[in-house]
Write a protein that binds this ligand. Structure first.
Ligand SMILES: Cc1cc2nc3c(=O)[nH]c(=O)nc-3n(C[C@H](O)[C@H](O)[C@H](O)COP(=O)(O)O)c2cc1C
Length: 345
């Protein structure tokens, strides 16, 4: 069924298809009974799927990755598909339009996407407003970044502003320094600036009535030396975990469309081409840190076995983005069914 819907959606540009789909969902779920029907079709509820991490009770381990609901407009509708958690953002302190269109491309033969969205969003304040309608029990992460026009020397202030704006309405935070689509953002992954940023955020976090889990989202393109630095930094700054990974700038991961992608320009690749690279990062972090912190594994999960591979590599939770687009909402149930059948706990 989803393959037919997908065929129609893939006739229009990826960004238009995205907006069309989520607008349809918004309308669909206004129909009485639609949410209940969707739940019946797509959701498995079983206490054996639940997991408690950072004091948060996740109904299951499968989340929606950042970038899909940047402005926190659709998380209630998306939750009807059975996600255990949803991450909104990346938000920046000020609204910004992102890069020029087209900025998202399908790489069909590789089951992948190339994007250079550039943190298009309506600002942290508006996302916070939108999150006031959240349903109880739904775990929401807030992914935060800096505005394109903010120089890296002032970047920390941007992250602090986003933290303050979202503090009351999210369950955990993600510090995004790994998008390839904001100029020089990835420089913030270097040891000293990163430590300074995370220390400032943790100082602010520690002053709040309740400390919220603060995670770092990293690129899959870091060297093993840089990954060792990340392990040190997590331990020194006492942040709560890592999300591995964001999209890759490495074109070698593509099997079929290396030539095509040359003409598409800059951007990060997600989807099946990223599966192995992201899993290797998770495995490295988990092994070399002796499992010192929880990892959210993301990158190229398109089937239940991909999910299991991420968990076996050391991820405590997983997230989907491109797989959700290519395989449809049935993927969440498929993964949870597999976890139940394997008695994964
Ligand atoms: C169109 C698009 C937009 C994205 N936007 C963001 C973003 O704003 N912030 C972020 O941290 N990651 C963003 N991502 C990265 C995803 O959250 C995820 O880390 C990456 O796509 C790998 O997972 P996947 O292979 O399941 O897509 C985006 C990905 C795509 C495809």
């Amino acid at each position: 069924m989803y393959k037919i819907i997908r065929w129609f959606l893939f006739q229009i540009s990826p960004e238009k298809a995205h907006h069309f789909t989520i607008t349809c969902l918004k309308i669909l779920f206004k129909i009485p009974g639609a949410a209940a029907l969707c739940k019946k079709i797509f959701v498995i509820e079983n206490p054996k799927l639940a997991v408690n991490i950072w004091g948060l009770e996740f109904k299951n381990r499968v989340g929606l990755a950042a970038g899909f609901d940047k402005d926190a407009l659709y998380y209630n509708e998306l939750s009807h598909f059975g996600f255990g958690f949803i991450e909104i953002g990346t938000v920046t302190p000020l609204p910004q339009p992102g890069n020029e269109k087209p900025r998202m491309f399908r790489l069909l033969q590789d089951n992948s996407l190339l994007n250079r969205m550039g943190f298009n969003n309506q600002g942290a304040q508006l996302a916070a407003e939108n999150l006031k309608n959240r349903k109880p029990g739904l775990i929401i992460g807030g992914n935060i970044g800096k505005n394109k026009n903010t120089d890296n020397s002032h970047a920390n202030a941007d992250y602090l502003k986003c933290f303050i704006a979202l503090y009351d309405v999210v369950d955990y935070f993600v510090v995004n320094v790994s998008s390839p689509n904001t100029p020089n953002l990835r420089d913030l992954q270097e040891k000293e600036p990163l430590k300074a940023l995370l220390n400032e955020l943790m100082d602010l976090n520690n002053k709040q009535p309740k400390v919220k889990p603060l995670l770092l989202k990293i690129a899959p393109d870091l060297s093993t030396h840089q990954l060792d630095d990340i392990i040190d930094i997590v331990s020194q700054t006492k942040i709560h975990g890592v999300i591995a990974t964001n999209t890759t700038i490495d074109r070698e991961v593509l099997h079929y469309e290396k030539e095509k992608v040359k003409n598409l320009g800059a951007g990060g690749i997600s989807g099946k081409a990223l599966t192995q690279k992201a899993t290797e990062v998770i495995k490295y972090l988990h092994t070399h840190s002796n499992g010192a912190f929880p990892i959210i594994g993301v990158g190229g999960i398109h089937c239940a076995d991909d999910a299991l591979e991420k968990l076996n590599a050391g991820a405590a939770l997983i997230q989907l983005y491109t797989g959700f687009i290519y395989e449809g909402p049935g993927l969440i149930k498929q993964i949870n069914k597999k976890l139940l059948s394997q008695n994964y706990n």
